[in-house]
Design a binder for this molecule. Structure first.
Ligand SMILES: Cc1cc2nc3c(=O)[nH]c(=O)nc-3n(C[C@H](O)[C@H](O)[C@H](O)COP(=O)(O)OP(=O)(O)OC[C@H]3O[C@@H](n4cnc5c(N)ncnc54)[C@H](O)[C@@H]3O)c2cc1C
Length: 388
């Protein structure tokens, strides 16, 4: 069995699977991916039919990154020969003076030259009568927004990484990482491998992996959830008639047209209880569900119907909600990516960036805001702001 690899990826969730894929395009059989559970397990952050993808973001840097996210997905779609992004258009809406100012989003899109429309309540109701918005509500519509097909995207990364020669092992928990002579020894499932470059994409388990390099980040893991509703108004919630949407306030809600299940999906962004990857339960939080139902009753009542199911999932939050995407200062041969609870849309691009950090030691994308040594991540008790 081959034990020496140029590149090892720790964690094969959304980001790690993508890293293995992009590494394999350039390094084929020199890539080993290690996943502690089965591949496509539901204990992490990346599982479900859909995740929102959008250009509409709160800073011009994210808008620019999102542009490249679409390009990376498109390259994977061409390679895998299947569609992985479904454009539905996207509506960001809120009352005027909301906690998440729409002006940050329109300003960032203006700065990046991304077209969008500013809609008043009457226009929102005219286009989508499913939204029962009052006249004090306004919105931004961006036509490129839509669905990143998470389950299919993850499967495509894994399948195509293998097609390009990578070895991906499941049930291979990495127990120990040891820097040796500029390389890294990786012990997983009792087997010790060695690599020149290591990529860590461990999601909610990131601090366990980083501990072997003497690092600990102020990450907060929360249990979040989404619910599918069996609306009796199915035709009105098909992706060609209903956009993805985000309610830009505190609390923040978001939702999808029917995709993957027989009804639309909705959730609250960041309303979940703190937990750990090891101690979390899979039980839905009924209070959180009640908040989503109440929101839908007010603004999208026709979406409601019998609950198909509620599915729980983890967020790994940095205090500023920005990603970590960097090499370790004392170990430049180790790259790390952590998603901040809004990272799926970028998965393929992040995989590409992590592969570039590993192979070239640099990337053309601007990852400066995501430095692991940024001040916010050095504080013992950093002030947190999850509303972006
Ligand atoms: C409910 C919910 C809704 C979301 N909605 C959106 C959205 O609409 N749009 C969006 O862009 N993002 C969204 N996100 C965020 C996005 O899904 C995550 O940012 C992204 O999936 C993070 O992927 P990851 O690879 O970092 O984590 P994971 O997918 O959890 O992958 C980490 C992997 O590492 C493995 N691992 C960890 N430690 C070890 C070890 N020692 N050995 C081996 N393997 C190990 C784990 O088992 C896991 O498979 C949402 C998240 C949730 C929970």
């Amino acid at each position: 069995m081959k034990r020496d690899y140029e590149y090892i990826v720790l964690g094969l969730g959304g980001w790690g699977g993508a890293a293995a894929y992009w590494l394999s395009r350039r390094a084929g059989g020199e890539v080993l991916g290690l996943e502690q559970f089965e591949i496509a397990h539901v204990r992490g952050e990346s599982q479900d039919h859909s995740r929102i993808i959008r250009l509409s973001y709160h800073t011009p840097d994210y808008v620019e990154l999102a542009r490249h996210a679409y390009i990376a997905w498109h390259e994977l779609e061409r390679d895998a020969k299947e569609p992985l992004v479904l454009k539905t258009g996207g509506l960001d809406f809120a009352k005027r003076g909301s906690a998440v100012p729409l002006a940050n989003y329109s300003g960032s899109m203006d700065a990046a030259g991304v077209p969008y429309e500013h809609l008043d309540a009457a226009e929102i109701r005219r286009r989508w009568p499913q939204f029962t918005v009052t006249d004090d509500i306004h919105g931004l519509y961006q036509p490129e927004s839509g669905i990143a097909m998470a389950e299919r995207g993850n499967a495509a990364h894994v399948r195509m990484a293998r097609a390009h020669g990578a070895t991906l092992r499941d049930q291979a928990p990495v127990e120990r990482l040891r820097p040796v002579e500029g390389e890294v020894e990786v012990t997983a499932g009792g087997v010790t491998y060695r690599c020149r470059k290591l990529v860590i994409a461990a999601g909610a388990w990131s601090n366990s992996a980083l501990a072997d390099f003497g690092l600990h980040l102020p990450l907060r893991v929360t249990k979040e959830q989404v619910t599918y509703f069996g609306t009796p108004h199915q035709p009105e919630f098909q992706p060609d008639r209903f956009p993805i949407w985000i309610w830009m306030d505190d609390p923040c809600f978001y939702g999808f047209p029917a995709f993957g299940e027989a009804g639309p999906k909705a959730g609250q962004d960041g309303g979940g209880q703190e937990t750990t990857a090891e101690s979390r339960s899979f039980e839905p939080d009924q209070a959180a569900l009640a908040r989503v139902v109440k929101f839908l009753e007010t603004y999208i009542p026709k979406a409601l119907g019998p609950i198909i199911y509620t599915k729980t999932c983890l967020y790994t939050l940095t205090p500023d909600r920005d990603f970590v995407l960097d090499t370790l200062p004392a170990h430049p041969n180790v790259a790390v990516g952590i998603g901040g609870g809004h990272g799926y849309k970028f998965a393929s691009l992040i995989g590409r960036i992590l592969s570039e950090l590993a192979i070239d030691g640099r990337t053309e994308r601007n990852i400066e805001p995501f430095r692991i040594d940024r001040e916010m991540l050095q504080l013992a008790n950093p002030p947190a702001n999850y509303l972006v």
